[in-house]
Design a protein around this ligand. Structure first.
Ligand SMILES: NC(=O)c1ccc[n+]([C@@H]2O[C@H](COP(=O)([O-])OP(=O)(O)OC[C@H]3O[C@@H](n4cnc5c(N)ncnc54)[C@H](OP(=O)(O)O)[C@@H]3O)[C@@H](O)[C@H]2O)c1
Length: 289
């Protein structure tokens, strides 16, 4: 049993912290909206705290999963932040999808105060978090990674150290860049099939056994064809992730023509009120032009 703290009980953090508790760890949670933390305690047991600083006191590992770079700084730095409460030698693992720059910044501040920091963004969505089968991409030093990995394993099916601080976030960017073009291709294929008058259930069934198969096809093609987008990974989050990726590409010189175009398509989805729709809502633009 490990004494841990979890900061940020959103769509992802809530079930992840729940897996930690169910695995037998001693869990204290903090959430900005306290009612969510109380709900979590009612469901899983464990303890709540009124600030990140108090939540992490005595913890061997502190986890966070909040929104973006600014949110991350808000819960880590300052008088009531994670770094103010975490004892020397305790590890900080951040599951937020954020920039590689903020990951390196927090790693540097942590190093000065004896707190190893692992950037550990996840893939697998709400279902992956609820079912405890997330993919976790890590950046940081090997020794703390090896201490944290067995604990992370209670909500992961894969957890890999990719490289130094920031490498986890860079890997998540690769993931999102791959997904952006793939989802647009899937939407175009589905829309083409509908316009051609094909039975799309039969089409999806046969082509998903061939070279076009993907997680997106297995999980999103049918709901795309039905025009259902009110679930899943929000367009607002995808735009945040693509902004981070495009910014990083400006620094490293990588060309991202398709990701940049798809980002603009997502801006159009937002303009239609689809901020919280699933990323498969690129189909909405094709079906409703
Ligand atoms: N949802 C997915 O499918 C998915 C998949 C992979 C990765 N991610 C990434 O995982 C992270 C969390 O996503 P999510 O879907 O769980 O988001 P969410 O449901 O919006 O939850 C965000 C959490 O962060 C807290 N938070 C945000 N800003 C804060 C601040 N300034 N100070 C303190 N707490 C703050 C929120 O507290 P309140 O409850 O008070 O608002 C909430 O607990 C994001 O970086 C996202 O890109 C999400």
């Amino acid at each position: 049993m490990t004494k841990v703290a979890f900061i940020g009980l959103g769509v992802m953090g809530y079930p992840m912290a729940g897996h930690l508790k169910k695995a037998g760890h001693d869990v204290t949670v903090y959430n900005r909206t306290a009612a969510k933390a109380e709900k979590w305690r009612g469901e899983y047991g464990g303890a709540t705290a009124p600030s990140p600083r108090e939540a992490v006191q005595g913890a061997e590992i502190a986890f966070s999963c909040v929104g973006n770079d600014d949110d991350l700084r808000a819960v880590v730095l300052g008088d009531d932040g994670i770094f103010a409460g975490l004892g020397s030698g305790a590890i900080f693992v951040d599951h937020t999808t954020a920039s590689a720059n903020v990951a390196r910044e927090l790693y540097g501040i942590g190093k000065d105060k004896g707190t190893p920091v692992i950037d550990a963004p996840v893939s697998g969505g709400q279902a992956g978090a609820e079912n405890g089968v997330l993919t976790v991409m890590c950046g940081g030093d090997r020794a703390p990674f090896e201490r944290a990995q067995p604990v992370i394993d209670c909500y992961a099916r894969a957890c890999t150290l990719i490289g130094p601080a920031g490498a986890g976030q860079l890997t998540k960017m690769v993931n999102q860049i791959c997904i952006a073009g793939l989802v647009q291709g899937l939407a175009e294929g589905m829309n083409f099939g509908i316009k051609a008058g094909l039975d799309m259930d039969l089409v999806i069934d046969v082509i998903s056994k061939g070279a076009a198969q993907s997680w997106q096809m297995d999980n999103r093609a049918k709901t795309m064809c039905e025009g259902e987008f009110d679930f899943g990974f929000a367009v607002d989050w995808m735009r945040k992730d693509l902004a981070i990726s495009l910014d990083e590409a400006r620094q490293n010189g990588a060309r991202l023509p398709v990701a940049a175009l798809v980002d603009q398509f997502y801006a159009q989805v937002q303009a239609r009120g689809g901020n919280r729709w699933d990323t498969s809502s690129l189909m909405h633009l094709l079906m409703n032009d």
